[in-house]
Write a protein that binds this ligand. Structure first.
Ligand SMILES: CC(C)[C@H](C(=O)O)[C@@H](O)C(=O)O
Ligand code: SF4
Length: 473
């Protein structure tokens, strides 16, 4: 029978299925960070258990790590809870082991969803889990990847398996060519605008079509990263030459004969031409304009050419209430053109948009505009996703471009994506952010987040308000 890519990876990893569909799934790669692992390791310790397959574990510290003051070492971590989580990860990995560990301040440290692919820890056809919802990112490699809870982290550490139920298959096809200046971020925001944050609930989404194929691996990661914001636990892109090229030579990628065997298998990792999907959604890439969120959910998104919507025009009372609440929180009036919204801060970073291509796109806009960060923008910060991204960007002189324009160039980590470290919005502050969540308080209590692409964020920093990137790119 014809199978989807999801069916193929699932079949390859199912150990056992109960009558009600509950299955035991074998896990190939377990990514670990400091926030969701302490209790899991403590559980192992109390039960006197070891990690089942140490070689499957790859760990790093990312959420709590500071983006300044590294010369102070661990003493530079001001918040005691943050420090404790980071130190606890160090000691847990020392005790339980890992295939690779990139601790705080090591060269390859970074956001777990950036360092996984970067180090070849994420490979096509794998099952990849992490105690983190944006694990969907790794689906860009044709891997079945999704977030798990802390008790599941312990379960996977102890048994190398996960209890799971198979999701349904959704195909999102994006055909055609994006307008100038539009990016993977605009594609995925437009998708979420169309299907809603619950649109993908119960599904694994395969992203396909010529516009997805045309994306770099970085772009595909951006799209899969936000599958979770569209309600799906996992997103997937079929393996092609770009996937294989990206993986080649990475530290944890196979070599020699094993590489050849792996490539032969990876080439089968696409949906069969006659595979049947439960739901199919289609988008025309040429109609996707630069996107800006105006509310407190990623589905509250519009083209930059639009205006803040009017709740009075919404017939559904639940939606109307949500809109009213969002506009009050965001301090916005219906009818205000999105391009007239001024921002106080700009954050370029997060597992959605902190890879080298994102850095390049943002720097290119800054260079092209040739001006400084606008006066009304108190802080514009660029936070590379990993030490390696930072190093590469610096080799290319991108940090100089940012600094010369008045941006801060920081150390890698999650940073102001969720404000677990010292980087945050003050109440009422408005931010153009390349991250993935605009929930109330996400970037600091009372902070107001507008999700955009790196190019749009860079342009907003220079102009002080949102601009249609097509007029610049
Ligand atoms: C801290 C972690 C559990 C959380 C997640 O699962 O996504 C975080 O990464 C986030 O983005 O909100
Ligand atoms: S960058 Fe943001 S979304 Fe990604 S893992 Fe860190 S906190 Fe979560």
């Amino acid at each position: 029978m014809a199978r989807t890519l999801y069916d193929k990876i699932w079949d390859e990893h199912v150990v056992h299925t109960e009558e009600d569909g509950t299955s035991v799934l074998y896990i190939d790669r377990h990514l670990v960070h400091e926030v969701t692992s302490p209790q899991a390791y403590e559980g192992l310790r109390q039960a006197g258990r070891k990690v089942w397959r140490v070689s499957s574990v790859v760990a790093t510290a990312d959420h709590n790590t500071p983006t300044t003051g590294w010369e102070l070492g661990y003493d530079g971590i001001a918040d005691p809870i943050s420090k404790e989580q980071i130190v606890t990860l160090d000691s847990n990995i020392q005790e339980f082991g890992a295939a690779a560990f990139f601790p705080f301040m090591s060269k390859r440290q970074g956001i777990v969803h950036v360092i996984g692919p970067e180090n070849g820890a994420t490979l096509p056809g794998m099952t990849v889990v992490c105690g983190d919802s944006h694990t969907s990112t790794h689906g860009a490699f044709g891997a079945l990847a999704h977030g798990i809870g802390t008790s599941e982290v312990e379960h996977v550490l102890a048994t190398q398996t996960l209890l799971a139920k198979k999701a349904r298959n959704m195909l999102i096809k994006v055909e055609g060519q994006l307008p100038k200046g539009c990016t993977a971020k605009d594609i995925v925001l437009a998708i979420i605008g169309k299907i809603g944050t619950a649109g993908g609930t119960g599904y694994t989404i395969e992203f396909a079509g010529s516009a997805i194929r045309a994306l770099s691996m970085e772009g595909r990661m951006t799209v899969c990263n936000m599958a979770i914001e569209g309600g799906a636990r996992a997103g997937l892109v079929a393996v092609d030459d770009k996937t294989i090229e990206y993986v080649k030579g990475r530290p944890l990628a196979p070599t020699g004969v094993e590489w050849d065997q792996a490539v032969a298998y990876w080439k089968t990792l696409h949906s069969d031409p006659d595979a049947v999907f439960d739901t199919v959604v289609e988008l025309d890439a040429s109609q996707i304009l630069p996107q800006v969120t105006w509310g407190t959910s990623p589905e509250m998104v519009l083209d930059v050419t639009a205006a803040v919507p009017d709740p009075d025009k919404e017939k559904d009372p639940n939606k109307r209430n949500a809109m009213e609440r969002a506009l009050t929180y965001m301090g916005l009036q219906p009818g205000k053109p999105l391009a007239d919204i001024h921002v106080d801060k700009v954050f370029i970073g997060s597992c959605t948009n902190s890879r080298i291509e994102d850095m390049r796109e943002a720097a290119a806009v800054v260079k092209k505009l040739g001006q400084k960060v606008a006066k009304n923008v108190k802080l514009a910060m660029v936070v590379p996703g990993s030490g390696l991204v930072k190093e590469q960007a610096e080799r290319e002189g991108l940090h100089e471009v940012f600094r010369a324009a008045g941006f801060e160039w920081r150390e890698p980590g999650c940073s102001m994506c969720l404000a677990m470290n010292a980087d945050r919005l003050e109440p009422g502050e408005r931010c153009a952010s390349t991250s993935n969540r605009n929930f109330e308080g996400r970037q600091g209590a009372g902070g107001r987040t507008h999700l955009v692409s790196p190019a749009m964020a860079a342009a907003a920093a220079i102009h002080g308000h949102f601009v249609d990137i097509r007029t610049i790119a």
